[in-house]
Design a protein around this ligand. Structure first.
Ligand code: SF4
Length: 338
């Protein structure tokens, strides 16, 4: 009976998540003297953004919606909202992004409304936790489920596991939260744990956590079970990048690509990569664009580009070679061998 009550409470909580957090933001906004508010968010919750806009309009506020979807709070659109006369922006989907090079992320008044996925994460954990073999585990996950991290932690402790809470990373604001470009929350506690429990789905984020060298148990509410991401599962991709650098090592012209999105604009990284390439005798050309698509980079007569924007893109290019700054270490190695 007690379990049933807990489940019912969890179901009710899940159905309230996003609207409760929106109500809080709405209350804060109503206290201000704003006339117009911008909204932006990722694919998948666009209907909800229109819904939020309706509620703001009902409160007497004008709204403007940013058309392009956003993949993270790295792509904060405060400048676009301001250009449309907005006094504030609600960024839906993600928590505030911290810029690793210390740049300011928001010039306008920005309210962050992280999206919480309405799926039965705790049900999956309750049913399958027995598959977790290690005694000491680190608890991490993606933004969509971090609102349930405390509950998951308590549950696992009750079942006898020693649970080490993830810290915040270089770019994140919630303890244990992992982004595609920042698994610092896991790396910071890796030495204290035998394995990680990850709240979320898909291979991309768990593979970043696996770079700690530890096994990752993925509590996946889409697959409705717990599956394992093996340690260091990104090694093959890194090897593929090294292979690309070796293939193009004698090319004279190299490109560096960064983004004009605030959280993907890494000017220091660009400078470091440029100096490194020039030290290897390369002619280096720096490119910038908001969203980065491979076709834009065809026709310049450059065959290899270095990614100084979102690290998630590095493996996506098909025709041109696209490598991370880490892969440039291979140039040192081939030079030494010569
Ligand atoms: S992985 Fe890319 S899109 Fe996601 S937060 Fe990091 S920079 Fe932004």
């Amino acid at each position: 009976m007690e379990t049933e009550n807990v489940r019912r409470q969890e179901d009710e909580d899940r159905s309230k998540f996003n609207y409760e957090e929106f109500e809080q933001v709405l209350e804060e906004i109503k206290k201000k003297d704003y006339d117009k508010v911008g909204l932006q968010g990722p694919d998948g919750i666009k209907k909800q953004i229109v819904d939020y806009a309706s509620q703001l309009e009902d409160e007497g506020l004008e709204t403007v919606i940013i058309g392009a979807s956003t993949f993270g709070a790295c792509g904060i659109a405060d400048e676009k909202a301001e250009r449309m006369g907005a006094d504030a922006l609600i960024h839906v989907g993600h928590t505030r992004f911290l810029h690793p090079e210390g740049d300011d992320m928001d010039d306008l008044n920005v309210y962050y409304l992280p999206y919480r996925e309405d799926r039965d994460l705790m049900g999956v954990l309750r049913e399958h936790y027995g598959e977790i073999e290690e005694d000491t585990i680190g608890l991490v996950g993606v933004t969509q489920y971090m609102d349930r991290a405390e509950r998951a932690r308590e549950f696992l402790r009750d079942k006898g596991y020693e649970v080490v809470e993830g810290t915040t990373g270089l770019r994140t604001t919630e303890p244990g939260q992992v982004l595609g470009c920042d698994a610092g929350a896991a790396h910071n506690i890796a030495e204290k744990v035998d394995a990680f429990v990850f709240l979320g789905s898909g291979h991309f984020h768990p593979s970043q956590v696996s770079e700690t060298g530890k096994k990752v148990y993925v509590v996946d509410p889409y697959e409705e079970h717990i599956w394992i991401e093996p340690p260091n599962s990104l090694d093959d991709e890194m090897q593929a990048e090294y292979a690309r650098v070796i293939k193009y090592k004698d090319e004279k012209k190299w490109g560096i690509v960064t983004s004009s999105k605030k959280g993907q604009n890494y000017r220091q990284m660009v400078q470091i990569a440029k100096e490194k390439l020039e030290a290897h005798g390369k002619d280096v050309y720096v490119f910038v664009e908001d969203r980065i698509f491979e076709p834009d980079y065809k026709g310049f007569g450059i065959d290899i580009f270095v990614n100084c924007a979102c690290p998630r893109m590095t493996k996506d290019w098909q025709d041109l070679a696209f490598v991370s700054t880490d892969a440039l270490d291979m140039l040192d190695e081939v030079d030494i061998k010569h």
